[in-house]
Design a protein around this ligand. Structure first.
Ligand SMILES: *Cc1c(COP(=O)(O)O)cnc(C)c1O
Length: 374
């Protein structure tokens, strides 16, 4: 056992770093985005908010800049990160600005702001009255999600108000679908009908769909599509879908076996002793934990790939480590490559067994280094 421990230490120190990393497959990202573009009837924005759903916004932007019609982010800070990296294509601020003091930066860096409620519109008007600057905006209308967006009865007036500002380009009217991932939910059709009705007299572009809308609701594909999740290789649907199921996973969360031990039956493993060995059991310790973004409450039996073989999680996930039952693995060894999700283990499936979403698992990935593959 002492020899084995030494071996493990060597395997890790050979790389001079903790072996946990997120492999980001940029070719898959591009292929998924191309698929989104094929489905889209108009133009296609790549949604890169939240550091590109944990994949690294700058690297993803650089990989997509020659095929995307623009990018979408959640804040001026996120947009400036892209501008500072030399990205010059349009960037949409999905929630607009949070305070009028951001309007200078928005104008200066040629960001496109969503205007989603009366106060934001009044702030744009006030800004244009005091410091007139050219600016492109999208108006958002609430068609049923009831989060952001003008009331449908106020849309036309808001649009007219924007027309009166000489330096403002009112480019597009957008809305957001709340249940597009449920392919039998009638709300989507209601939202689409309302959207068509309220945008009828408005001469501007439109934008409706996220990934689920683009993949699942062909009638909604006009104008600017705004795919996020599907670009990262994940189907938004809980059921099989012929197109969504061809997406290629972009992130592979990986690490290594850092230590192994054999225990007799009846021994409890890890915090709380949740897993108790039922037989002579080979336990492998993996250098990754919930501080890296792996779900802390993953149940015993959750599959993890070790050198191409599926092994069950055994014991509670720790902050920096987790433990696997390697007894049925044909040749486990220290330094063996481990994949937590990405290839054989889908992040969507893992999310499901952990009562969360693929979105949240991806966004929670942190601390691990990212390794980009072209
Ligand atoms: C995040 C977001 C999207 C992308 O959604 P996905 O489900 O990841 O495709 C599109 N539109 C808006 C307004 C968003 O906030």
């Amino acid at each position: 056992m002492a020899d084995q421990a030494k071996l493990c230490a060597n395997a890790i120190w050979a790389e001079l770093m903790r072996p946990a990393y997120a492999q980001i497959d940029l070719a898959a990202l591009r292929a998924n985005f191309r698929l989104a573009k094929q489905l889209s009837v108009g133009q296609t924005l790549a949604v890169l908010k939240a550091d590109a759903y944990g994949h690294g916004a700058v690297a993803c932007a650089r990989a997509l800049v020659d095929i995307a019609d623009g990018f979408a982010v959640a804040s001026v800070e996120e947009a400036l990160e892209l501008r500072q990296a030399g990205i010059t294509i349009p960037i949409l601020l999905l929630e607009g600005f949070f305070h009028p003091s951001e309007l200078d930066e928005i104008a200066h860096h040629q960001l496109t702001s969503v205007v989603a409620y009366t106060q934001q519109l009044a702030q744009i008007v006030a800004f244009q009255n005091t410091r007139p600057r050219p600016m492109s905006v999208w108006l958002k209308v609430d068609t049923g999600m009831h989060r952001l967006g003008f009331d449908p009865s106020d849309l036309y007036q808001a649009w007219q108000q924007l027309q009166q500002l000489p330096l403002i380009t009112a480019q597009c009217v957008m809305t957001h679908l709340s249940c597009a991932d449920e392919l039998d939910n009638p709300l989507t059709e209601q939202q689409l009908q309302l959207f068509r009705r309220v945008t009828h007299g408005i001469r501007g572009q439109v934008s409706v769909v996220n990934s689920a809308g683009l993949l699942g609701w062909p009638d909604a594909r006009d104008g600017w599509a705004r795919p996020g999740l599907m670009m990262y290789g994940i189907s938004p649907f809980s059921r099989q879908h012929p197109v969504a199921d061809t997406l290629r996973p972009v992130m592979h969360l990986r690490s290594q076996i850092m230590a192994m031990r054999e225990l007799p039956a009846g021994e409890a493993i890890g915090y709380g002793g949740r897993f108790v060995t039922q037989r002579t059991t080979k336990i492998g310790v993996v250098a990754i934990g919930y501080a890296d973004g792996y779900p802390q409450h993953a149940p015993d039996g959750t599959p993890v790939m070790v050198n191409g073989h599926r092994c069950p999680l055994a014991g509670r996930v720790s902050m920096d480590m987790l433990t696997l039952d390697l007894t049925d693995h044909p040749n486990p060894y220290c330094g063996a490559p481990v994949e937590l999700w990405g290839g054989s283990i889908s992040v969507a499936q893992l999310a499901k067994t952990n009562q969360t979403s693929a979105y949240e698992l991806l966004c929670r990935v942190k601390r691990v280094t990212r390794r980009y593959f072209p």
